[in-house]
Design a protein around this ligand. Structure first.
Ligand code: URA
Length: 439
């Protein structure tokens, strides 16, 4: 039988008109786009059609599989420890990976944490770690394997190589400039194709809910988590999710070196309580997924083993854990304009303020400043007096301070004295796993 000829226009119009794409059509489009025979214009049109029309479960599974098959699926022969990874859908002040990866490795797992860079208002793990003198994100496949197999390290945080899900790399860049990021099927396939290709056996998702999340609503977060859990199950990756609050920044620091410093505080046994709480909840979940739930991560954090492992993980990527972190050239305090109560600190706007101060990038490939960002001194719900410092802004370039100041002022809401702050919900909203949500 002669195969029916597939053409890109027919695929685009099928989805535009609300039809269902076949596995063959999906494979053909993703493969052609990766090799350059399907043009950026055609893929953009299809991405918009998918955003508007959605995809069924079978289409999302085929799309994810096609993206995994656009490159290689890593494996780690000789590794005896169970592999487990965590992925966050992106937040503000989210330095959890920095603490969690060495912590879970010190508990007995191997953690292949292939991470990304920040874009828009969210920060990226690689940008944060690059604030550490000498540290490099671009480890070779051999080096990744060596570090995972080395029992003193057993973790790697680095950039995904060009051969892992290359279709996603190309498609994400296109979605970013065509208003097609906010599609649950495409976000789920994008995240899961990279995690399946990285070769982890188990995965815990931190799906953010609130103003600082890609998809702020709880229903969208639930749908995204359920879609990713299904994709994980289909690919043989044990996957569960915590839905967590991202209405306000995590911890006090937002910015690259500033967040590394806060992560080190947590590893040393201190740090903000929300960062500690979320790290331990995710560690519990990862250890359960890895079959290591007899180990209590609280002990490993408390007795310094997590800190020792952090030093080994950083050194294994050429970083110097003892070198002083870069500091910004300019600082400015943000003072409370009146007496009252800090009723909210909007996560997205704080992230944008940090970005405008130089911590983030407006477009892929832009440089970021290691020292720039924001440190918040007051948490929502606390009383403030006129003139009291609410935050400190950090910038290398003094010209960036006005934009950071204006955006931070928009993030900060002060109600009259005695005014009750909007009651913050729980940090950990819900757990979801293949067998359904649980408290
Ligand atoms: N993060 C990803 O890796 N992909 C998306 O599509 C959105 C967030």
């Amino acid at each position: 039988m002669v195969d029916a000829v597939i053409d890109a226009i027919a695929v685009i119009t099928t989805k535009r008109d609300g039809g269902t794409l076949s596995d063959r059509q999906i494979d053909w489009m993703v493969d052609g786009f990766t090799r350059g025979t399907v043009s950026d214009e055609q893929m953009s049109a299809l991405a918009m059609a998918i955003l508007l029309r959605g995809m069924g479960a079978g289409e999302i599974a085929a799309w994810t599989e096609a993206m995994v098959h656009s490159g290689r699926r890593a494996s780690y022969p000789g590794l005896t420890r169970p592999t487990v990874d965590k992925h966050s859908t992106g937040g503000v002040g989210d330095k959890i990976t920095l603490v969690l990866t060495p912590l879970v490795a010190a508990c007995g797992a191997a953690v292949p944490q292939l991470s990304g860079r920040g874009l828009g208002h969210t920060g990226g793990t690689l940008d944060k770690l690059e604030a550490i003198p000498g540290w490099r994100a671009d480890l070779t496949g051999n080096r990744i394997r060596e570090n995972l197999l080395d029992p003193r390290v057993s973790a790697v945080i680095c950039a995904a190589g060009a051969d892992l899900a290359p279709a996603d790399r190309k498609l994400y860049a296109l979605r970013d400039v065509t208003g097609t990021v906010e599609s649950i099927p495409m976000i789920a396939a994008s995240i899961m194709s990279k995690k399946i290709a990285e070769g982890t056996a188990a995965l815990v998702l931190d799906v953010k809910v609130g103003s600082g999340a890609f998809l702020p609503g709880l229903d969208s977060a639930r749908e995204l988590a359920a879609t990713m859990i299904d994709l994980g199950r289909a690919a043989g990756v044990r996957t569960s999710a915590l839905l967590t609050d991202m209405d306000q920044p995590l911890g006090r620091a937002v910015g690259n070196a500033l967040e590394v410093a806060e992560a080190v505080e947590v590893l040393a046994g201190g740090g903000p309580t929300d960062v500690v709480e979320l790290t331990l909840a995710l560690a519990d979940e990862m250890l359960l997924a890895a079959g290591l739930d007899h180990v209590d991560p609280r002990d490993v954090l408390r007795d310094g083993r997590a800190m020792d492992r952090w030093r080994a993980v950083i050194a294994s990527a050429d970083g110097d854990p003892d070198a002083p972190l870069p500091t910004a050239r300019h600082t400015e305090e943000v003072l409370a304009p009146e007496d009252g109560v800090l009723t909210a600190l909007d996560a997205k706007l704080v992230g944008l303020a940090a970005g405008r101060l130089g911590a983030g990038r407006a477009a892929q490939g832009d440089p970021v400043s290691a020292g720039a960002g924001v440190v918040c001194h007051i948490a929502p719900g606390a009383a403030v007096r006129r003139g009291q410092p609410v935050a400190t802004l950090y910038a290398d370039d003094a010209d960036r301070l006005p934009a950071g100041r204006v955006t931070f002022a928009e993030a900060m809401r002060i109600g009259p004295p005695g005014h009750a702050a909007r009651v913050a919900g729980p940090l950990i909203i819900e757990r979801m796993a293949a067998d359904g949500p649980s408290a």
